[in-house]
Design a binder for this molecule. Sequence first.
Ligand SMILES: NC(=O)c1ccc[n+]([C@@H]2O[C@H](COP(=O)([O-])OP(=O)(O)OC[C@H]3O[C@@H](n4cnc5c(N)ncnc54)[C@H](OP(=O)(O)O)[C@@H]3O)[C@@H](O)[C@H]2O)c1
Length: 576
Amino acid sequence: MNTNDKIFVAGHNGLIGSAIVRRLIQDGYTRILTKNRSELDLTNQAAVKSFFEREMPDYIFFAAAKVGGIFANTTYRAEFIYENIMIQTNVIHCAFLSEVKKMVFLACGDVYPVNCPQPAKEECLLTGMLEATCEPFALAKIAGIKMCESYNRQYGTDFIVLIPPNIYGPKQHYDTLNAQVLPSLISKFHTAKVQNSEEVTIWGTGLPARDFLFVDDVADACMFLTKEYSGTDVFNIGTGNCGTILSLAEIVKETVRYEGKITFDIRKPDGVLQKLLDVSRIKELGWQHRTSLKDGVEITYKAFLDEIDKKAIRTSLICQTNVCEKDTVALKTISTNNGNAYVNEQPNTYKDRVVVKPWGYEFLVFENKVVAVWLLYIKKGYSTSMHCHPQKKTSLILLSGNAMSNTFLQRRYLRGGDAIIIEKGVFHSTKTLSDDGVFLLETETPPNKVDLIRLEDRYGRETIGYEGVTEMETKNLNEFDYFHYEESSPDTTYHHQNSRFSVTFEVFPNSDEFQRTFKVNGGELYTSCEGGLLDANNTALLSEGNTQKAEILKNARGLHISEKTILLKTLSNDIK
Ligand SMILES: NC(=O)c1ccc[n+]([C@@H]2O[C@H](COP(=O)([O-])OP(=O)(O)OC[C@H]3O[C@@H](n4cnc5c(N)ncnc54)[C@H](OP(=O)(O)O)[C@@H]3O)[C@@H](O)[C@H]2O)c1
């Protein structure tokens, strides 16, 4: 591999991908190709194909995948198998078509059977049943391994498979849905220290033993194999040793300098007693890990503090949706059948009223010529109809709770602080998963309340348009925590806050005022209700009706506005 080769790092924002990028830069590689998911969704076959045809990379480090802990793996089984198989199929096949010189594909230890003799050797693959909790994920990874092997055998490609154990390091997931053992421990001990708690409780007996490998060592193994190996073998990597969860907890406790005690919740399951990979194959080639667990945890905790400081811990997610063929067909069918023809009598204004829905309620928070902002409350277990707006785009921000957003193309799990941009004409529905319901904001561009087409509805409203005056409450608005900001108000800032979220409108009449008063903290989302934000190159970072993360704006160079701008700032207490 030469320093001027074109190298595609798939998943460069992730734990392992970011370590590979750091390492490539450190080693002097200058043509590193990276794409955010919003620029290139690797599950999208056509997009991946045209990316490879355009870029023709020489090498690929394939560290993109849908990854998660036990909770995520057991809950989102369909996504784990679907997305990983899609990502792998697209990338591996295109890597072959575009004749890359070498690719390193990252699998994981879950591919080995649950009763595999320890330490697990590479030959153990496909010799027994997989662990039930992560079976869909493991099966997808096995398909990836076998794809690499099959392409190598049939076409002589040079696709190398690496099987790492638990990996940890800077940029790991700390959120409750996705965190794995070590990040969970760091976050638990740190919180206990900050809150002066007397004890930290660990799930299970603390006796299961695992191997933990520092992420820079994974990057090192990737570089090593790329340079030193060609062939069809699969390689385990790891330290070759494992320690108990208790011993790991003690290292974390010491690193964090937490003074309290460790207790165990033995009602929680332990999982497999030992998981260790046999690393003799790669050792024979001359590779060995370098970072001790103590040093690695120290570096990771420092990075964790730094990430908290910069409020850069990965939390919010902004997803994009686009119209697909199914949307177009569904819309056409409904129009042909005269669906949604009947619209109830509408009021002159939606201000000072709450629209009562079968699934909860909604009310208008703000409206001008550009956008209308609505607050929605959806009760537990309820969902909005599968509907679309042919004329307007919606920026949906989850203010609190967990929800599932469905379109024809994708199912997304969203938490407080996440957002989804739904383009015109995309059929979608939102279902509440949290016990206490979800609050969300929808910014609709342009405002148009009767632009509603329902396809399927649990409450029988398929042929009925938007709720009319009889379904609108105009009294007792305080019971709904009603709030509303008027554009004509002399106040240039309006703030509403409760125990779950805060919503703020900020009006910037001109550039000077913006430079003087605009301040980004971190964790919040910004939506433009008029005007937009540009960076030093006049690239739009936030345009009308769209939503952007604070972190992107905070790191932008020369952030400015070119006209009067109204920003909606939202902060979910779920991500504080
Ligand atoms: N972490 C471990 O303990 C561990 C252990 C063994 C093996 N591995 C393997 O190593 C690989 C990387 O893991 P990781 O821990 O670095 O995971 P990670 O931190 O979750 O990173 C995964 C990356 O993949 C990207 N990605 C996911 N779906 C995508 C899509 N549809 N299109 C484009 N990009 C997409 C993510 O993008 P976003 O940033 O947009 O989400 C993220 O940057 C995985 O194959 C995993 O199985 C990990």
